[in-house]
Design a protein around this ligand. Structure first.
Ligand SMILES: NC(=O)c1ccc[n+]([C@@H]2O[C@H](COP(=O)([O-])OP(=O)(O)OC[C@H]3O[C@@H](n4cnc5c(N)ncnc54)[C@H](OP(=O)(O)O)[C@@H]3O)[C@@H](O)[C@H]2O)c1
Length: 329
């Protein structure tokens, strides 16, 4: 049996990304062999396809941190032939062949049944980005956020984490402000449920003031850098920031004052190594109360294996809107 896969190769002399035909013998050792139906493109996949992305830990590698499909074979009793399953994160696509392939073989501890309320396609329309948005919303609410507290801001709002977060928060009755670098996408953000739009500059301006007017009850922040510093300065008393990403930079400068005078909380969000029990809980909610409306109609678009490289280049230059599904079979 052969299968098509995107393969990243790197040596001292060359860096190459191409679609190849692989043989079953090329699959790694593992427990669950999956006929991949859908994958999706995340920012991390964009980095994986660049020579200095520092994401892939061994070459050659089949990238793709997300995948969903049907079990063909399993040596682990938790999964049986025909089960609809999914994988997000762990080492998939970085140190273990991932989702940009028609077949995958994955350690059973990383595999989950697709939760009730989602198809394999919907699960991948959400993918790592949707899971991160859901973890962010849950973390904010766990720390006391309710709609009556005031506006919640989502940064990088047209991206994967951002667009799903805007939708989830609006559906839960929050007043949502969205910051974006894309002037052309204000209508999209309003359709998702944002009622106020800020520019990227509004939320990344440098300031010498340790605190500014109290503005936000909560924040979902996949941007990082100067934007996180802005959020820390402008949170309302007791407000929380769920920080998950670094598209705007990996360092920021702040002071202790918002933390010790306003009780601001900075909450770190990691989806990659999220323990399975929490993962199943979050995905259960993604199939139920946190499932974005219009997921397949307005948030996600489709490509195929041959289109992955183009979208990966676009995601790194901040040009992608919403989520991109990869159709494998
Ligand atoms: N912690 C975790 O477990 C986890 C999970 C998933 C993702 N992440 C991280 O979260 C971030 C977003 O991931 P994603 O999948 O949502 O990516 P994405 O779809 O590419 O969205 C990122 C968004 O960030 C904004 N952006 C891009 N370049 C920027 C820049 N130079 N300055 C400020 N904003 C910029 C853009 O939104 P606008 O044009 O609307 O401003 C872009 O759409 C990435 O850093 C990713 O690695 C982390």
């Amino acid at each position: 049996m052969t299968y098509r896969a995107l393969v990243v190769e790197k040596s001292d002399e060359q860096f190459a990304v191409r679609v190849k035909d692989l043989a079953e013998a090329d699959l790694p050792a593992g427990d669950v062999t999956i006929r991949v139906e859908w994958s999706s493109i995340n920012y991390k996949d964009g980095l994986a396809l660049t020579p200095n992305g520092r994401v892939i830990r061994s070459y050659p590698m089949v990238p793709g941190v997300d995948l969903a499909g049907t079990v063909l074979e399993s040596s682990d009793s938790r999964f049986a032939k025909g089960d609809a399953v999914m994988v997000t994160g762990y080492d998939a696509g970085v140190a273990h062949p991932g989702g940009f392939a028609e077949l995958a073989r994955i350690p059973a501890d990383w595999v989950m049944k697709v939760p009730a309320g989602l198809t394999t396609k919907e699960a991948m329309a959400l993918g790592t980005a949707g899971m991160t948005a859901a973890m962010s919303v849950e973390a904010l609410e766990h720390n006391g956020l309710v709609p009556a507290n005031g506006s919640v801001i989502v940064t990088g709002s047209t991206g994967g984490v951002g667009s799903t977060a805007v939708n989830m928060l609006a559906q839960r009755g929050y007043t949502v402000a969205a910051s974006t670098g894309k002037e052309s996408e204000h209508a999209f953000l309003k359709e998702l449920g944002a009622t106020e739009i800020l520019t990227r500059e509004d939320v990344s301006a440098e300031s010498n003031r340790p605190m500014e007017g109290e503005r936000w009850a909560g924040a979902v922040d996949p941007v990082g850098g100067a934007t996180t510093a802005y959020l820390v300065r402008t949170m309302k008393y007791g407000g929380s920031i769920a920080l998950s990403g670094l598209t705007g930079g990996n360092a920021f400068s702040t002071t202790v004052f918002p933390f010790i005078l306003r009780g601001v909380n900075l909450l770190g969000i990691d989806s990659v190594m999220c323990p399975m029990a929490k993962r199943e809980h979050i995905w259960g909610r993604l199939g139920a109360d946190l499932k974005p409306r219009g997921l397949l109609d307005s948030i996600a678009v489709e490509t195929d294996l041959d289109g992955v490289q183009k979208v990966c280049a676009e995601i790194l230059s901040g040009k992608v809107r919403g989520r991109t599904l990869v159709r494998l079979s």
